[in-house]
Design a protein around this ligand. Structure first.
Ligand code: COA
Ligand code: AMP
Length: 633
């Protein structure tokens, strides 16, 4: 029997232009498109070419015009600073228009890049929307990254200005941000020349005269700026994500397609509507924060929650339920790791029993594979639909989910349910042929990708091609492997590259290896993801020392751990490494990371045919056991 999902999914693939033209009616355009779907001069697909719209207009101005001025746009709930701030759509618009004027006064124009390095405070969202208002392209850098990561992004995106805060706040410690910004600017060669800094009470920054401006000062004198029309194919933002090397990939989000995808997904996937309250417990530094803290909920006319706290410890494992009760959250989004943290501390959900979460209709989980035990606990505890949804920074919105706004399917544990309309997902064998249902293959999406998905990388269109399009001509390679079962459910099982997933954060083992290799005592190294009951995976380093180094291994490991943290940032959570005498390699010199992972997880690995010296695997196993990283049987 064919249900509404089948009809929509089929139509989205057979008549994509009709399908997305209809979806685009939810957006207010200042100029209509010449074609819904076309190819640019490089042959890349593009949506709504010729059309113009402003994302900030669609997120704020139109709602104020339509009578939502007094509705809350944003609730900032911060257990870390014991503060609560509420901003209506009118107040938000006022702030954003003024900050947009302030950016202009600092010389930022349409197309210029602005780097935002801020914790989850309302000013961060104001800054993002202000960029959108004047057609500037923001690039938000997650607060847990250190100077070198910011510098890489400055060098690639060449921002005209940085918007920062004086500090971030983590449980038990305050992280001054300006020394990090200072160091990043120095690495990047002294650019950019202008910073606007939000001074937070917890720790004020010393501002550098001539370069740094206090947020309050620029806001006090700024003239509000109007929205400018932006081509649908112009970038709204660049968001860097981990690839397989130390050079992150600058994902470019096309503004018009993104508007359409946000409006469509809020309704059809999240089943959340104007006037309701949406909470993505994430960070604006990640794609989930961009799409579902900032743009999706505001474009849909919802109230969005900005939560500066943790699932546990701020103050306890009942924090999420408290926020749902206090703000009458309708729809919530978080990562499975956050639920694992809560479950570990409060497995009987005693905190939940003290709260009224009757407003909550559904919980969406993404960022990593949702393990069946976590899903089962959520279902038993919350007694509401729990929706595992799968997507990536590149796509900007879910590729697969249980689309509650279309049709609700029975849940299968370990599956993100079905491909969303617009996404033609297949599992292919290495020759590019579809595998049988239930058989594992490379998960790909047939081109063109739907509106909102990135079709290029900033400054690196060839890298986009190489990373995503070359492996299977006509398809976008997701880098994930998995299978589609006989009922059409998609099961994402693992990555096919050297990317690991730590607490829902995507990290490149290659980037960590580059930092380790810079240590003077290291001859070579490998980093793999080891299973972690809280974070899913945790990075583990294998270090081969240079000949003649006789210092205690523990001392070298401690230096390496500090080096990775100082260079890349605390969020990389690199805490464990062991010294080994050599690494398992193929005869051509490729490190057999996959085999190391299998040893770690206790999976049978078979002897790789191309291995240089089989004896090394026994040595690795022995070293892991000696370091307590494998059970001794
Ligand atoms: N600024 C500075 N440092 C930060 C930071 C930020 N914005 N965010 C995290 N860090 C630091 C943490 O303080 C921690 O430092 P530590 O090693 O000194 O303890 C380190 O980076 C790792 O942080 P985190 O991954 O948050 O681990 P945790 O052990 O502090 O907490 C969880 C574990 C599960 C509670 C936490 O990872 C979590 O809430 N995850 C939710 C995941 C999520 O939102 N993912 C986004 C995709 S939906
Ligand atoms: P990011 O770009 O940081 O959002 O990371 C995207 C990657 O995280 C995906 O390619 C997957 O490997 C993984 N991922 C995200 N959500 C899921 C999910 N629901 N199930 C399985 N893997 C997921």
């Amino acid at each position: 029997m064919t249900g509404p999902y089948d009809t929509l999914h089929r139509q989205s693939l057979s008549e994509p232009e009709t399908f997305w033209a209809e979806a685009a009616q939810a957006v207010e355009w200042s100029r209509g498109w010449d074609s819904v779907l076309s190819a640019d001069e490089h042959g890349r697909w593009e949506w709504f070419a010729g059309a113009e719209a402003n994302t900030c207009w669609n997120a704020l101005d139109r709602h104020v015009r339509d009578g939502r001025g007094d509705q809350l746009a944003l609730i900032y709930d911060s257990p870390l600073t014991s503060s609560l701030r509420k901003l209506t759509y009118r107040e938000m618009l006022d702030q954003v228009a003024r900050f947009a004027g302030a950016l202009r006064e600092q010389g930022v124009e349409k197309g210029d890049r602005v780097l935002i390095y801020m914790p989850v405070i309302p000013e961060a969202i104001v800054a993002m929307l202000a960029c959108a208002r004047i057609g500037a392209v923001h690039s938000v850098v997650f607060g847990g990254f250190a100077a070198r990561e910011i510098a890489t992004r400055i060098i690639d995106a060449s921002p005209k200005l940085i918007v920062a805060a004086s500090c971030g706040i983590e449980p038990g410690r305050i992280i001054p941000y300006m020394p990090v910004v200072e160091a990043a600017i120095e690495i990047a060669g002294g650019v950019p020349k202008t910073c606007i800094v939000v001074q937070r009470e917890a720790c004020k920054a010393e501002l550098k005269p001539g370069r740094d401006h206090d947020w309050n000062d620029v806001m006090a004198t700024a003239k509000p700026a109007d929205c400018v029309p932006v081509a649908a194919t112009d970038p709204l933002y660049i968001l860097y994500t981990s690839g397989t090397t130390g050079q992150p990939k600058g994902i470019v989000r096309p503004s018009g397609g993104h508007l359409v995808a946000m409006a469509w997904s809020m309704r059809h996937i999240f089943d959340t509507h104007a006037g309701e309250t949406f909470w993505a417990a994430s960070d604006i530094g990640w794609v989930v924060g961009h799409s579902y803290i900032v743009y999706g909920p505001l474009i849909a006319g919802c109230t969005t929650i900005l939560y500066e706290g943790k699932p546990v410890g701020t103050p306890d494992a009942g924090a999420f339920w408290r926020v749902i009760e206090d703000h009458k959250v309708t729809t919530m989004f978080t990562a499975p790791t956050a639920i694992r943290a809560i479950r570990r501390e409060d497995s009987e959900a005693k905190h939940l029993a003290q709260r009224d979460i009757s407003s909550l209709r559904a919980l969406f989980l993404a960022g990593e594979r949702c393990d069946p035990a976590t899903l089962a606990w959520c279902e038993d505890t919350l007694k509401r639909p729990i929706v595992d949804n799968w997507w990536q920074t590149e796509t900007g919105w879910p590729i697969a989910a249980n689309p509650l706004g279309i049709e609700s399917f029975p849940v299968k544990y370990g599956s993100a349910t079905k491909p969303i309309p617009g996404w033609h997902v297949q599992a292919l064998d290495p020759t590019g042929l579809p595998v049988e249902p239930g058989q594992t293959g490379a998960i790909v999406c047939k081109l063109p990708l739907p509106p909102g998905a990135a079709s290029t990388l900033w400054n690196a269109p060839e890298r986009y091609h190489k990373a995503y399009l070359d492996a299977f001509p006509g398809y976008y390679s997701t880098g994930d492997a998995g299978f589609i079962d006989e009922d059409g459910y998609l099961h994402i099982m693992t990555r096919t590259d050297d990317v690991i997933n730590v607490a829902g954060h995507r990290l490149s083992t290659g980037a960590i290896e580059e930092v380790i290799a810079g240590h003077p005592d290291i001859a070579e190294c490998a980093v793999v993801g080891m299973p972690d009951s809280l974070k899913g995976q945790a990075p583990l380093g294998f270090l081969v020392l240079k000949a003649g180094i006789n210092r205690p291994p523990a001392e070298i490991v401690a230096e390496i751990v500090k080096r990775v943290r100082d260079t890349m940032g605390a969020v990389v959570a690199f805490k464990a490494a062991i010294v080994v005498s050599r690494l398992p390699k193929t005869r051509s010199g490729k490190i057999l990371r996959g085999t190391i992972v299998k040893i770690l997880t206790g999976e049978p690995y078979g002897m790789p045919a191309t291995i240089e010296d089989p004896a090394v695997l026994g040595e690795i196993e022995r070293d892991l056991k000696a370091n307590g990283l494998l059970s001794v049987d």
